[in-house]
Design a protein around this ligand. Structure first.
Ligand SMILES: Nc1ncnc2c1ncn2[C@@H]1O[C@H](COP(=O)(O)OP(=O)(O)OP(=O)(O)O)[C@@H](O)[C@H]1O
Length: 289
């Protein structure tokens, strides 16, 4: 295991040193190349940023820009070609298989597009699984599951099986499962992708609760500007590179949403004039009047 002290990435002033909270995650000069010879894809091309403890960060970008690759490298499902990913001082690109399993189990929580609950387990059992695997005592498991379920409004479905729950309830149970073991980082991959707008809003409010009340650090990949507007900060990726960063600051969510739409429009080529070309920290992109 390699312990590394996080330093700001070279060449990008203040890149992603999000605020004065402690840095939890440092992604440093990460490159991911698929294929070889004539069929090479640089899915990630020297990507560097930090995420602070307690931050809620969205990752956006056009299809094929490298969002899933980034998430997969951070979750250690995929390996980087070069560069480092440091979580709480631990360089996770250097972990071996047993350490990797422990890291995924103890330090990460996952929320996927489809809830990925186990069909043969009740809501309670699904949420409790991570704690049970860790060997926690039954009383502690019950107390943690009950309080997390209560916080996320799924107490009523704890005895139901996933097929007996609505899509929104399944996603909230999945959110409870992601957070119950108190992971350092929650990774969400298009968590609202399979939900209608009402259930999406409930899930996003759930993520807000995880972030604000339970101080969960969340990194969420999304195509959806509404979903992204719940985050504190958005990283935009284009062609495997960090293209821009937006911070919500004190903006109302609706104002932040408008600024996100502006960058999205530019990224998809629908707007001729760049709102802020290049990776620019903080409030670089302002809404136009
Ligand atoms: N296993 C692989 N082998 C070869 N190329 C890959 C592989 N996985 C991803 N890529 C390529 O890497 C690039 C980034 O893909 P990635 O899935 O990270 O994009 P994305 O931003 O998540 O896209 P989407 O929004 O469509 O899910 C794409 O050009 C993709 O074709």
């Amino acid at each position: 295991m390699t312990m590394v002290t996080a330093t700001p990435p070279a060449g990008i002033a203040n890149a992603g040193t999000s605020d004065n909270r402690n840095v939890l995650l440092s992604v440093r000069d990460v490159r991911k190349v698929y294929g070889s010879r004539e069929a090479v894809t640089r899915a990630l091309d020297d990507v560097s940023f930090d995420i602070s403890e307690g931050e809620f960060v969205g990752v956006m970008g056009p299809s094929g820009s490298g969002k899933s690759t980034l998430l997969n490298c951070i979750s250690t499902i995929d390996t980087v070609t070069s560069g480092n990913i440091i979580l709480s001082g631990l360089d996770i690109t250097q972990l071996r298989s047993r350490q990797l399993s422990k890291f995924r189990r103890d330090d990460l929580g996952f929320i996927f597009q489809d809830a990925n609950l186990l069909d043969t387990l009740t809501g309670f059992e699904n949420i409790a699984l991570a704690l049970t695997i860790k060997g926690e005592k039954a009383d502690a498991v019950r107390a943690k599951v009950d309080s997390t379920a209560n916080m996320l409004g799924v107490t009523d479905v704890l005895q139901k099986y996933p097929r007996q729950m609505s899509g929104g309830q399944r996603q909230r149970v999945a959110a409870a499962r992601a957070i119950v073991a108190d992971p350092k980082l929650v990774l969400a991959d298009e968590p609202t992708g399979a939900l209608d707008s009402r259930n999406a809003a409930v899930l996003l409010e759930t993520l807000e609760v995880l972030n604000a009340k339970l101080h969960a650090t969340i990194m969420m990949v999304t195509h959806d500007a509404v979903a992204a507007s719940y985050a504190d900060r958005i990283l935009f990726i284009k062609d495997g590179k960090l293209f821009n960063e937006l911070r919500r600051g004190d903006d109302a969510r609706t104002d932040f949403y408008q600024r996100i739409l502006e960058v999205q429009a530019f990224l998809s080529g629908k707007q001729g004039d760049s709102p802020a070309v290049g990776f620019a920290p903080s409030h670089a992109v302002k809404p136009r009047n």
